[in-house]
Design a binder for this molecule. Structure first.
Ligand code: BGC
Length: 444
């Protein structure tokens, strides 16, 4: 059997990613809390991973003890600004303590300023549906960055803004995010305002901290036409790709938001990205379907023979990661890439080791072409509150029982630890944790 190690460049960031509402617990002043109380979710976030109660300490210990050198977390707008005219200095102090906690453990911090949740006071007026949100978001960003800049210079303005717009405003997505609307035009308006908000935040952060690196986390979704020969399936593929992948990042490069039904000029967005935050999970097949009016006649599903996650939420399709990176380097040359999320839901961990190894292998292929991939954040450190799906979808390197708060290490945590320590993926690791993909990753 061949013995080899796929190494990564010196200084590569290895860590996990989390988000405030999914881990903090007792987060009661935002639109998701309300959404949960209204019964739209499969269970409630409750205590989550109890980070607000202080358990971030033990979880950061876990990250550090397993060789990770970075962590991506988010701050909760509704905690920092509980009302439009009120700042909570204690909340900011708590976030400072967390970031100090990362620093003390030798972990580089990446801070996301908006990860899906909005303060109730914002959601109750107009959310991101009107441009009035832009100065409000900028004000929150200024206050937060001023308070946290001592510990962080790697900022992510928004997590998956297109997903926020699609899941909250288009039926064709899961339709399961607040405010539960079904209106494509409104979704596009929301996305345009998110772009304006990002641009305002980008400038504000650079004013406060000139050395900052600012980007957003883009959910890259890979789409394959069901019948490659079919012009209709290919047309759907192009529409999905434009709507989901191109709209947001292209606007930051050009000042123009492209949509399948026209373009919107947002000139202030041009040149507001210092790195490309790349979230990648899966690949979907798409086909033309006359019944799908709301999604411009497109239907999406997974390959029949795909390697599926526990609840068939994701298909393990590692090549899509390489394909996405290729698209990033060609479309946005010179932007460093950070894999800001990648992971799979699996309670008994049978799929996760191979999912990790196969995706890291694809990332290594990209690095070999000198594509500027600088880090990888696995989703997630421990199981956490998976939005509308609640607690059924387990993404953690550690399992978590939200009732008892007990964490149990999954084998994947050990595999990831070996990768972080080695700064590479070796044949011995694959043989030990996921021998079923040995031949694929290390062909003789
Ligand atoms: C989101 C996370 C979520 C993960 C797994 C990403 O799209 O940023 O908040 O938990 O996917 O579904």
């Amino acid at each position: 059997m061949p013995q080899a190690t796929y190494h990564f460049p010196k200084g590569f960031l290895w860590g996990t990613a989390t988000s405030a509402h999914q881990v903090e617990g007792n987060n009661t002043n935002n639109n998701w809390h309300k959404w949960e109380q209204e019964g739209h979710t499969n269970g409630k976030s409750g205590l989550a991973c109890d980070w607000w109660g202080g358990r971030w300490r033990e979880d950061f210990d876990r990250a550090a003890e397993t060789g990770q050198n970075a962590h991506r977390l988010s701050v909760e707008w509704s905690r920092i600004q509980p009302a439009p005219d009120r700042w909570d200095e204690d909340a900011l102090e708590k976030y400072r303590a967390m970031l100090r906690g990362l620093k003390d453990r030798g972990l580089t911090a990446m801070v996301t300023l908006h990860h899906f949740t909005d303060p109730l006071w914002l959601a109750e007026v107009h959310g991101w549906e009107t441009e009035e949100v832009v100065p409000l978001f900028e004000k929150f960003v200024r206050k937060t960055v001023e308070a946290l800049k001592e510990y962080c210079s790697l900022w992510c303005t928004l997590n998956e803004p297109t997903g926020y717009a699609v899941n909250g405003y288009v039926d064709g997505g899961s339709g399961a995010f607040p405010p539960g609307q079904n209106n494509l035009r409104l979704a596009l308006r929301v996305q345009a305002n998110l772009i304006r908000g990002h641009a305002a935040a980008y400038r504000a952060i650079h004013q406060i901290q000139p050395e900052a690196r600012v980007g957003f986390a883009h959910h890259y979704r890979s789409f394959a036409p069901q019948r490659a020969w079919s012009p209709l399936d290919r047309w759907v593929q192009r529409n999905f790709f434009t709507a989901v992948n191109l709209g947001f990042p292209f606007a930051l490069a050009s000042g123009i938001m492209k949509t399948p039904i026209g373009s919107i000029r947002i000139p202030e967005a041009k040149g507001t990205q210092d790195y490309f935050g790349f979230n990648y999970y899966t690949r979907e097949v798409v086909a033309f379907d006359l019944r799908k009016v709301n999604t411009l006649f497109g239907r999406n599903f997974f390959r029949k023979e795909a390697d599926m996650s526990d609840n068939s939420f994701l298909a393990n399709e590692p090549e899509g990661m390489y394909e996405g990176m290729k698209w990033v380097v060609r479309t946005f040359p010179n932007l460093p890439i950070l894999v800001s999320e990648n992971g799979v839901e699996c309670a008994d961990d049978h799929i996760r080791p191979r999912y990790i190894a196969q995706h890291i292998h694809q990332m290594w292929r990209a690095v070999n072409f000198n594509w500027p991939v600088k880090g990888y954040f696995h989703w997630s450190l421990t199981d956490n509150f998976e939005w509308d799906l609640g607690w059924t979808h387990r993404f953690g390197l550690w399992s978590l029982d939200p009732e008892t708060q007990k964490r149990v290490k999954r084998p994947s945590a050990d595999l990831f630890a070996e990768i972080c320590r080695e700064n590479g993926l070796s044949s011995a690791m694959v043989e030990k944790y996921c021998p079923e993909v040995f031949g694929e990753l290390f062909p003789s």
